[in-house]
Design a protein around this ligand. Sequence first.
Ligand code: TRP
Length: 329
Amino acid sequence: MTRKRSLSGIKPTGTPHLGNYFGMIEPAVALQETHEAYYFVADLHALTTGRDPARLRASTHEVAATMLAAGLDPARATLFRQSDVPEVMELAWHLGCVTGLGLLLRAHAYKAAEQEGRANEISFGTFAYPVLMAADILLYDADVVPVGRDQVQHIEMAQDMAGHLNAHYGPVLRRPEPLVRPEVQTIVGTDGRKMSKSYGNTIDVYMPPKALRKAVMGIKTDSTPVEEPKEPEGCNVFQLYQLVATPAEVAEMAAQYRAGGYGYGHAKQALYEALERRVGPQREAYTKLMGDPAGLEDILRDGASRARVVARGVLERVRAGIGLPTLPR
Ligand code: TRP
Protein backbone atom coordinates (compact mmCIF):
# COMPACT_ATOMS: atom_id res chain seq x y z
CA MET A 1 0.00 0.00 0.00
CA THR A 2 1.39 3.37 -0.87
CA ARG A 3 1.30 5.91 1.89
CA LYS A 4 -0.11 9.36 1.52
CA ARG A 5 2.37 12.17 1.59
CA SER A 6 2.34 14.73 4.37
CA LEU A 7 4.22 17.98 3.81
CA SER A 8 4.70 21.14 5.78
CA GLY A 9 7.07 24.05 6.26
CA ILE A 10 8.11 26.11 9.26
CA LYS A 11 9.51 29.58 8.91
CA PRO A 12 12.82 30.12 10.70
CA THR A 13 11.91 33.44 12.24
CA GLY A 14 13.03 32.73 15.78
CA THR A 15 13.65 30.02 18.32
CA PRO A 16 10.74 27.53 18.18
CA HIS A 17 8.19 28.07 20.97
CA LEU A 18 5.39 25.99 22.43
CA GLY A 19 2.93 27.42 19.92
CA ASN A 20 5.05 26.06 17.06
CA TYR A 21 5.63 22.85 18.96
CA PHE A 22 2.05 21.89 19.78
CA GLY A 23 0.48 23.58 16.76
CA MET A 24 2.68 22.13 14.09
CA ILE A 25 5.86 20.29 15.09
CA GLU A 26 4.43 17.54 17.26
CA PRO A 27 1.48 16.70 14.98
CA ALA A 28 3.76 16.77 11.94
CA VAL A 29 6.25 14.42 13.57
CA ALA A 30 3.44 12.03 14.54
CA LEU A 31 2.39 11.79 10.89
CA GLN A 32 5.66 10.06 9.99
CA GLU A 33 4.10 6.90 11.44
CA THR A 34 1.30 6.81 8.87
CA HIS A 35 2.49 9.04 6.05
CA GLU A 36 5.48 9.67 3.89
CA ALA A 37 6.69 12.83 5.61
CA TYR A 38 8.31 15.81 3.88
CA TYR A 39 9.12 18.76 6.12
CA PHE A 40 11.20 21.76 5.34
CA VAL A 41 12.58 24.88 6.95
CA ALA A 42 10.97 27.69 4.96
CA ASP A 43 13.97 30.01 4.83
CA LEU A 44 12.87 31.74 1.61
CA HIS A 45 9.59 32.70 3.27
CA ALA A 46 11.43 34.01 6.31
CA LEU A 47 13.10 36.57 4.03
CA THR A 48 9.79 38.39 3.66
CA THR A 49 10.14 39.60 7.24
CA GLY A 50 13.75 39.17 8.35
CA ARG A 51 16.94 40.57 6.93
CA ASP A 52 19.54 39.33 9.38
CA PRO A 53 21.79 36.68 7.76
CA ALA A 54 23.22 35.36 11.05
CA ARG A 55 19.75 35.12 12.58
CA LEU A 56 18.46 33.29 9.51
CA ARG A 57 21.23 30.69 9.70
CA ALA A 58 20.83 30.20 13.44
CA SER A 59 17.07 29.97 13.31
CA THR A 60 17.19 27.51 10.41
CA HIS A 61 19.26 25.18 12.56
CA GLU A 62 17.04 25.71 15.60
CA VAL A 63 13.97 24.72 13.65
CA ALA A 64 15.64 21.65 12.14
CA ALA A 65 17.05 20.59 15.52
CA THR A 66 13.63 21.01 17.13
CA MET A 67 11.99 18.77 14.53
CA LEU A 68 14.65 16.13 15.11
CA ALA A 69 14.63 16.41 18.91
CA ALA A 70 10.84 16.09 18.80
CA GLY A 71 11.33 12.70 17.19
CA LEU A 72 11.45 13.23 13.45
CA ASP A 73 13.51 10.36 12.07
CA PRO A 74 15.61 11.53 9.12
CA ALA A 75 15.91 7.96 7.89
CA ARG A 76 12.14 7.70 7.43
CA ALA A 77 11.16 11.34 6.92
CA THR A 78 12.65 13.86 4.53
CA LEU A 79 13.78 16.98 6.36
CA PHE A 80 15.26 19.72 4.20
CA ARG A 81 15.81 23.43 3.75
CA GLN A 82 13.48 25.10 1.26
CA SER A 83 16.25 27.02 -0.52
CA ASP A 84 18.22 23.81 -1.14
CA VAL A 85 15.62 22.93 -3.76
CA PRO A 86 15.65 25.95 -6.08
CA GLU A 87 13.12 24.24 -8.38
CA VAL A 88 10.46 25.66 -6.05
CA MET A 89 11.06 29.14 -7.39
CA GLU A 90 10.52 28.01 -10.96
CA LEU A 91 7.23 26.36 -10.05
CA ALA A 92 6.21 29.57 -8.27
CA TRP A 93 6.66 31.41 -11.56
CA HIS A 94 4.49 28.95 -13.47
CA LEU A 95 1.79 29.19 -10.81
CA GLY A 96 2.06 32.96 -10.80
CA CYS A 97 1.36 33.03 -14.52
CA VAL A 98 -2.02 31.34 -14.08
CA THR A 99 -2.98 33.15 -10.86
CA GLY A 100 -5.17 36.21 -11.05
CA LEU A 101 -4.36 39.31 -9.09
CA GLY A 102 -7.79 39.04 -7.47
CA LEU A 103 -6.81 35.88 -5.65
CA LEU A 104 -3.72 37.47 -4.15
CA LEU A 105 -5.63 40.60 -3.16
CA ARG A 106 -7.86 38.42 -0.99
CA ALA A 107 -4.97 36.97 1.03
CA HIS A 108 -5.36 37.76 4.75
CA ALA A 109 -1.87 39.21 5.07
CA TYR A 110 -2.38 41.54 2.14
CA LYS A 111 -5.85 42.59 3.27
CA ALA A 112 -4.58 43.39 6.74
CA ALA A 113 -1.86 45.60 5.26
CA GLU A 114 -4.43 47.29 3.04
CA GLN A 115 -6.78 47.97 5.94
CA GLU A 116 -3.96 49.52 7.90
CA GLY A 117 -3.10 51.69 4.91
CA ARG A 118 0.23 49.94 4.39
CA ALA A 119 -0.53 48.16 1.12
CA ASN A 120 2.08 50.19 -0.74
CA GLU A 121 4.73 49.36 1.81
CA ILE A 122 4.65 45.58 1.58
CA SER A 123 7.27 43.92 -0.58
CA PHE A 124 6.55 41.96 -3.71
CA GLY A 125 7.80 38.92 -1.75
CA THR A 126 5.11 39.40 0.88
CA PHE A 127 2.47 39.84 -1.81
CA ALA A 128 3.69 36.74 -3.64
CA TYR A 129 4.04 34.72 -0.42
CA PRO A 130 0.98 32.54 -1.17
CA VAL A 131 2.36 31.68 -4.62
CA LEU A 132 5.68 30.45 -3.27
CA MET A 133 3.83 28.55 -0.56
CA ALA A 134 1.60 26.89 -3.16
CA ALA A 135 4.74 25.93 -5.06
CA ASP A 136 6.17 24.42 -1.85
CA ILE A 137 3.19 22.16 -1.55
CA LEU A 138 2.51 21.30 -5.18
CA LEU A 139 6.17 20.62 -6.02
CA TYR A 140 6.11 17.50 -3.85
CA ASP A 141 2.71 16.04 -4.78
CA ALA A 142 1.60 16.54 -1.17
CA ASP A 143 -1.66 14.89 -0.14
CA VAL A 144 -2.04 16.51 3.26
CA VAL A 145 -0.55 19.63 4.78
CA PRO A 146 -0.56 19.76 8.59
CA VAL A 147 -0.87 23.43 9.54
CA GLY A 148 -2.35 25.79 12.05
CA ARG A 149 -5.77 27.32 11.47
CA ASP A 150 -4.21 30.57 10.24
CA GLN A 151 -2.63 28.79 7.28
CA VAL A 152 -5.76 27.18 5.88
CA GLN A 153 -6.41 30.05 3.48
CA HIS A 154 -2.95 29.51 2.00
CA ILE A 155 -3.69 25.83 1.38
CA GLU A 156 -6.97 26.74 -0.28
CA MET A 157 -5.08 29.15 -2.52
CA ALA A 158 -2.70 26.32 -3.42
CA GLN A 159 -5.72 24.20 -4.34
CA ASP A 160 -6.98 27.03 -6.56
CA MET A 161 -3.61 27.49 -8.25
CA ALA A 162 -3.27 23.75 -8.89
CA GLY A 163 -6.79 23.83 -10.35
CA HIS A 164 -5.92 26.71 -12.67
CA LEU A 165 -2.76 25.09 -13.93
CA ASN A 166 -4.52 21.77 -14.43
CA ALA A 167 -7.42 23.47 -16.21
CA HIS A 168 -5.01 24.99 -18.73
CA TYR A 169 -2.55 22.17 -19.20
CA GLY A 170 -4.15 18.92 -18.07
CA PRO A 171 -3.78 17.06 -14.78
CA VAL A 172 -0.18 17.83 -13.84
CA LEU A 173 -0.56 18.84 -10.17
CA ARG A 174 -1.99 16.94 -7.21
CA ARG A 175 -4.63 18.66 -5.06
CA PRO A 176 -3.54 18.95 -1.41
CA GLU A 177 -5.79 19.06 1.66
CA PRO A 178 -5.13 21.01 4.86
CA LEU A 179 -4.95 18.99 8.07
CA VAL A 180 -5.77 20.96 11.21
CA ARG A 181 -5.79 19.13 14.53
CA PRO A 182 -9.14 20.26 15.92
CA GLU A 183 -8.14 20.11 19.58
CA VAL A 184 -5.16 22.40 19.21
CA GLN A 185 -6.25 25.12 16.87
CA THR A 186 -4.82 28.01 18.79
CA ILE A 187 -2.19 27.85 21.51
CA VAL A 188 -2.41 30.69 23.99
CA GLY A 189 0.63 32.68 24.96
CA THR A 190 1.60 33.94 28.41
CA ASP A 191 -0.75 36.92 28.03
CA GLY A 192 -3.77 34.98 26.77
CA ARG A 193 -3.46 36.04 23.15
CA LYS A 194 -2.36 33.56 20.49
CA MET A 195 1.23 32.52 21.23
CA SER A 196 3.28 34.45 18.70
CA LYS A 197 6.72 35.93 18.51
CA SER A 198 5.26 39.24 17.41
CA TYR A 199 3.29 39.51 20.69
CA GLY A 200 6.31 38.71 22.85
CA ASN A 201 4.24 36.11 24.73
CA THR A 202 6.09 32.94 23.79
CA ILE A 203 7.73 30.16 25.77
CA ASP A 204 10.62 28.52 23.93
CA VAL A 205 10.40 24.74 23.72
CA TYR A 206 13.84 23.79 24.95
CA MET A 207 14.77 26.63 27.27
CA PRO A 208 16.69 25.48 30.36
CA PRO A 209 14.46 24.18 33.20
CA LYS A 210 14.95 27.27 35.37
CA ALA A 211 14.02 29.64 32.56
CA LEU A 212 11.08 27.43 31.62
CA ARG A 213 9.76 27.55 35.19
CA LYS A 214 10.18 31.32 35.27
CA ALA A 215 8.30 31.71 31.98
CA VAL A 216 5.47 29.51 33.25
CA MET A 217 5.27 31.47 36.50
CA GLY A 218 4.92 34.62 34.39
CA ILE A 219 1.72 33.46 32.68
CA LYS A 220 -1.07 35.98 33.20
CA THR A 221 -3.97 35.02 35.44
CA ASP A 222 -6.71 36.99 37.15
CA SER A 223 -6.37 37.98 40.78
CA THR A 224 -8.84 35.57 42.41
CA PRO A 225 -7.39 34.78 45.87
CA VAL A 226 -6.10 31.27 46.58
CA GLU A 227 -9.03 30.29 48.84
CA GLU A 228 -11.73 31.11 46.33
CA PRO A 229 -13.10 28.69 43.72
CA LYS A 230 -11.95 29.40 40.17
CA GLU A 231 -13.28 28.75 36.70
CA PRO A 232 -10.73 26.64 34.76
CA GLU A 233 -12.15 27.38 31.31
CA GLY A 234 -10.60 30.54 29.96
CA CYS A 235 -7.63 30.40 32.33
CA ASN A 236 -4.37 30.57 30.36
CA VAL A 237 -2.58 28.14 32.66
CA PHE A 238 -5.37 25.59 32.42
CA GLN A 239 -5.50 25.91 28.64
CA LEU A 240 -1.80 25.16 28.30
CA TYR A 241 -2.10 22.32 30.81
CA GLN A 242 -4.67 20.66 28.54
CA LEU A 243 -1.98 20.34 25.87
CA VAL A 244 0.49 18.47 28.04
CA ALA A 245 -1.41 16.59 30.73
CA THR A 246 -3.42 13.38 30.54
CA PRO A 247 -7.23 13.66 30.53
CA ALA A 248 -7.29 12.40 34.14
CA GLU A 249 -4.78 15.07 35.21
CA VAL A 250 -6.77 17.74 33.41
CA ALA A 251 -9.99 16.63 35.14
CA GLU A 252 -8.20 16.69 38.48
CA MET A 253 -6.92 20.22 37.94
CA ALA A 254 -10.38 21.40 36.88
CA ALA A 255 -11.85 19.95 40.09
CA GLN A 256 -9.17 21.67 42.18
CA TYR A 257 -9.90 25.02 40.53
CA ARG A 258 -13.60 24.68 41.30
CA ALA A 259 -13.08 23.48 44.88
CA GLY A 260 -11.11 26.55 45.97
CA GLY A 261 -8.00 26.53 48.10
CA TYR A 262 -5.99 25.93 44.96
CA GLY A 263 -3.99 28.90 43.72
CA TYR A 264 -2.65 29.79 40.31
CA GLY A 265 0.84 29.17 41.68
CA HIS A 266 -0.11 25.53 42.26
CA ALA A 267 -1.53 25.24 38.76
CA LYS A 268 1.60 26.81 37.27
CA GLN A 269 3.84 24.41 39.15
CA ALA A 270 1.77 21.49 37.80
CA LEU A 271 2.00 22.92 34.29
CA TYR A 272 5.75 23.34 34.61
CA GLU A 273 6.16 19.75 35.75
CA ALA A 274 3.95 18.40 32.98
CA LEU A 275 5.88 20.41 30.38
CA GLU A 276 9.15 19.20 31.79
CA ARG A 277 7.95 15.61 31.54
CA ARG A 278 6.94 16.15 27.94
CA VAL A 279 9.81 18.17 26.45
CA GLY A 280 12.50 17.81 29.13
CA PRO A 281 13.70 14.43 27.84
CA GLN A 282 14.19 15.92 24.36
CA ARG A 283 16.24 18.88 25.55
CA GLU A 284 19.51 16.99 25.62
CA ALA A 285 19.06 15.79 22.04
CA TYR A 286 18.31 19.36 20.98
CA THR A 287 21.43 20.71 22.66
CA LYS A 288 23.54 18.00 21.09
CA LEU A 289 22.16 18.69 17.62
CA MET A 290 22.74 22.43 18.02
CA GLY A 291 26.30 21.71 19.09
CA ASP A 292 27.00 19.89 15.83
CA PRO A 293 26.11 22.27 12.98
CA ALA A 294 27.99 20.16 10.42
CA GLY A 295 25.90 17.14 11.39
CA LEU A 296 22.71 19.17 11.00
CA GLU A 297 23.89 20.36 7.60
CA ASP A 298 24.48 16.75 6.54
CA ILE A 299 20.92 15.83 7.50
CA LEU A 300 19.45 18.85 5.69
CA ARG A 301 21.52 18.33 2.55
CA ASP A 302 20.73 14.64 2.46
CA GLY A 303 17.02 15.45 2.82
CA ALA A 304 17.27 18.03 0.04
CA SER A 305 18.88 15.58 -2.36
CA ARG A 306 15.94 13.20 -1.84
CA ALA A 307 13.36 15.99 -2.00
CA ARG A 308 14.94 17.27 -5.17
CA VAL A 309 14.35 14.01 -7.01
CA VAL A 310 10.61 14.35 -6.34
CA ALA A 311 10.68 18.07 -7.13
CA ARG A 312 12.36 17.59 -10.48
CA GLY A 313 9.89 14.88 -11.44
CA VAL A 314 6.92 17.14 -10.75
CA LEU A 315 8.56 20.12 -12.41
CA GLU A 316 9.22 18.00 -15.51
CA ARG A 317 5.50 17.19 -15.63
CA VAL A 318 4.64 20.88 -15.39
CA ARG A 319 7.23 21.90 -17.96
CA ALA A 320 6.02 19.27 -20.40
CA GLY A 321 2.42 20.42 -19.92
CA ILE A 322 3.31 24.07 -20.39
CA GLY A 323 5.38 23.48 -23.50
CA LEU A 324 8.84 23.98 -22.03
CA PRO A 325 11.73 21.64 -22.77
CA THR A 326 12.93 19.14 -20.18
CA LEU A 327 15.06 20.57 -17.39
CA PRO A 328 18.68 21.07 -18.29
CA ARG A 329 20.90 18.65 -16.37
N1 TRP B 1 3.41 29.97 5.84
C1 TRP B 1 3.70 28.95 6.79
C2 TRP B 1 3.69 29.56 8.20
O1 TRP B 1 3.89 30.75 8.33
C3 TRP B 1 5.05 28.29 6.55
C4 TRP B 1 5.08 27.58 5.23
C5 TRP B 1 5.79 27.95 4.13
C6 TRP B 1 4.36 26.41 4.89
N2 TRP B 1 5.57 27.05 3.12
C7 TRP B 1 4.69 26.11 3.55
C8 TRP B 1 3.46 25.59 5.60
C9 TRP B 1 4.12 25.02 2.89
C10 TRP B 1 2.91 24.50 4.94
C11 TRP B 1 3.23 24.21 3.59
O2 TRP B 1 3.51 28.87 9.15
